[in-house]
Design a protein around this ligand. Structure first.
Ligand code: SF4
Length: 655
């Protein structure tokens, strides 16, 4: 199978494998890919829009899932749209640091400085990722760019290091061009362990972002936090600065597991952290767990999930441990000293998580992520939907104007890079576009990214949008490739009302020729994207018809009935349960005809399904870009919720 895939597809597959359940990774390995090294292979790193690896990191699932929700919280972040007075955020930061003021930071809708040029490849850029690389110690599974600061992060020399890093980061922000005129709607502080950063420094960053890009009222501002690095006053200080969402990297509720993976916190600190998070009353918070840790048993896993649910989070991220090249875990594995759960046990644990969390009211909205209604991570959905975003900091990967760009992952190289950027003519004018010299992603890359990311979410692939972007032929190929998986229950379609339908019915319901409503949807999708490709979708229904199932998948009578329903505007009958709650529908892709993988079995097999879909396109290697390193930094080719450098942030080992 792998030989049939283009290089890009194969790499994407490997990248995705790195973040999926062990069973999936095993499937990828059998296809010839080396998942363990996928994210760190020389010359290539998975792009930020691809998926992340199975373990969650400190909490930074920017992909993670650590983030979620939107809107400001509980009174600590004002949602008013008042214009910001210069220096206001700085004042709030100072108050937060002092901890004595009750004044809140007002997130503004001001018109920030900097040039607005309609950017993001025709889209406003509404999201920013900020990498804060400091941790108490380095976990045994971690391959992120991290600086260990020891057990006393409040030591003057440690705070001086952090302050110097923030100075550098702010230079990068000031030099960067603003694309579009809309303010930021999501900001994600990932790491590293962002909760090590003193509130005053965090306030400086938010102030700089607000001045430069604007931060929308009610924006989701997420911060990854590890137990043992914060207390209630610190959380309240973050809240006054506008932090609305916390992602807490607990990872396990067994002391022996925390010890075995070298975490910087113990179980008592985890319990204290959860108590503080609950008392802080943030609008939304996520709890991160890692499955597949050495010594973890299914019973222990079930106990951790139950304890997590009892803690009352709004969101849970579950990452499967991925052994990364160059880590102590990798060395111990090679030496036969690392005893990980068997693949079968890992698959069982994945199913247990899906079952328990769904029963507790969480929507399984992405392979590794679960959310209560209204608490999906807005920032991670930007990655999964292929939308543009800024990124700042060590090793961080941005996606602007169709170009993915990763900053240097060594501190000295990053500092040099920022100095060169800021001192350049465009940097001094605040007009730099890091990575702007790189070629845009090709249509093939965009297509593969879109499919790989969308098929790992509960929203699935929006057929009207796929047609508008990539033409009707792409829709036909995808539907054909999914038909065998539909027959075994791993894939299905959803109509505009969120009801389950067959893929044959979806082909008809989404065809502009067979269904006039679909033509309107295609035109709307094209208009929303601001391009002309949507018109190309018109009149291309023949390819979709080719996706009609054969006798085994559906009858001609069923197809005719579906066509009649579509043309009359009537709803297709439900074939199964509705696709999630009403809230989930509202939060997801309501109104679109979509195809998706089932939960949890389809998600568990997502690598297999995605590889089949990629193979169906039969893209030649020459049609795919290599995305090798670049002189300014490093280009990341893949995607995912993993930051920095496009490395999957969470789904593997969390911080
Ligand atoms: S896994 Fe997270 S907490 Fe651990 S060293 Fe890496 S970034 Fe830090």
């Amino acid at each position: 199978m792998q030989a049939e895939l283009g290089r890009r597809a194969a790499r994407a597959l490997m990248a995705s494998a790195a973040r999926t359940p062990r069973g999936v990774r095993a499937a990828a390995r059998s296809a010839g890919s080396a998942t363990a090294g996928a994210t760190s292979a020389p010359g290539w790193r998975p792009a930020p829009s691809s998926l992340s690896s199975p373990v969650s990191h400190a909490s930074n699932d920017s992909a993670a899932a650590r983030c979620s929700g939107t809107a400001s919280t509980s009174g600590r972040c004002s949602t008013t749209a008042a214009a910001a007075a210069p220096g206001r955020a700085a004042a709030a930061a100072a108050q937060a640091a002092g901890g004595s003021s009750t004044r809140t930071r007002t997130i503004t809708r001001s018109s920030p400085g900097g040039s607005a040029d309609g950017g993001g490849g025709g889209q406003d850029v509404r999201s920013a990722y900020i990498h804060l690389p400091f941790c108490k110690r380095k976990c045994f599974y971690c391959d992120f760019p991290v600086e260990a600061v020891g057990r006393d992060p409040a030591a003057p020399k440690v705070e001086a290091r952090m302050a110097a890093y923030v100075d550098t980061l702010l230079r990068e922000v000031a030099a960067t061009r603003r694309l579009g005129s809309a303010p930021l709607e999501s900001v994600f502080f990932g790491g590293g362990t962002p909760s090590l950063l003193p509130p005053a420094l965090l306030g400086r960053i938010l102030e700089a972002l607000d001045d430069r890009f604007g931060i929308a009222a009610g924006a989701e501002v997420s911060l990854e936090a590890d137990p043992g690095t914060f207390d209630l006053p610190r959380l309240r200080a973050y809240g006054r600065l506008g932090v609305s969402r916390l992602s807490v990297g607990v990872q396990a509720f067994q002391q022996e597991l925390l010890t075995a993976c070298g975490r910087g916190h113990d179980l008592a600190e985890a319990e204290a952290a959860l108590e503080a998070v609950r008392a802080a009353g943030l609008r939304s918070w996520s709890l991160d767990l890692i499955s597949g840790l050495p010594g973890l048993t299914p019973d222990m896993w079930a106990a951790s999930l139950e304890r997590a649910v009892a803690a009352g989070p709004d969101h849970v991220s579950v990452y499967d441990l991925q052994v990364e090249e160059g880590t102590p875990f990798e060395r111990w594995q090679r030496a036969g000293r690392l005893r990980l759960p068997a693949d079968e046990a890992a698959v069982e644990m994945y199913g247990t998580a899906s079952r328990l969390l769904t029963a507790a009211g969480f929507e399984h909205y992405e392979v590794s992520n679960y959310a209560k209604p209204g608490h999906r991570c807005a920032h991670n959905q930007v990655y999964w939907r292929g939308l543009p975003y800024y990124a700042f900091g060590l090793g961080a990967a941005s996606y602007l104007r169709g170009r993915r760009f990763s900053r240097p992952a060594r501190m000295s190289a990053y500092s040099d890079w920022v100095a060169a950027l800021a001192d350049s003519e465009v940097g001094r004018a605040g007009a730099a576009l890091p990575g702007g010299h790189l070629p845009e992603e090709s249509q093939e890359e965009l297509l593969l990214d879109t499919l790989m990311l969308a098929l790992r979410t509960a929203d699935g692939v929006d057929l009207a949008r796929l047609r508008a972007r990539h033409g009707a032929a792409a829709v036909g190929v995808v539907l054909r490739a999914l038909r065998p998986h539909e027959q075994v229950g791993s894939a299905y379609a959803v109509d505009g009302a969120g009801r389950r339908i067959s893929i044959a019915e979806a082909a008809v319901a989404s065809s502009p020729i067979l269904n006039p409503k679909a033509a309107s949807a295609a035109a709307a999708a094209a208009a929303a994207r601001g391009d002309e490709q949507g018109s190309a979708a018109q009149g291309a229904g023949e390819e979709e018809l080719e996706a009609r199932p054969g006798p085994a998948a559906g009858s001609a009578a069923a197809l005719a009935a579906a066509r009649e329903r579509s043309q009359s505007g009537a709803q297709a009958p439900a074939e199964g349960s509705a696709d999630g709650s009403a809230e989930a529908q509202a939060e997801g892709a309501t109104g679109a005809v979509r195809v998706r993988l089932s939960d949890p079995d389809g998600f568990l097999l997502s690598n297999d399904v995605i590889s089949d879909v990629f193979a169906a396109f039969d893209l030649p290697p020459s049609g795919l870009s290599d995305c090798e390193g670049d002189t300014e930094g490093e280009v990341s080719a893949g995607s995912g919720d993993k930051q920095p450098g496009g490395v999957e942030r969470k789904p593997v080992a969390a911080a």
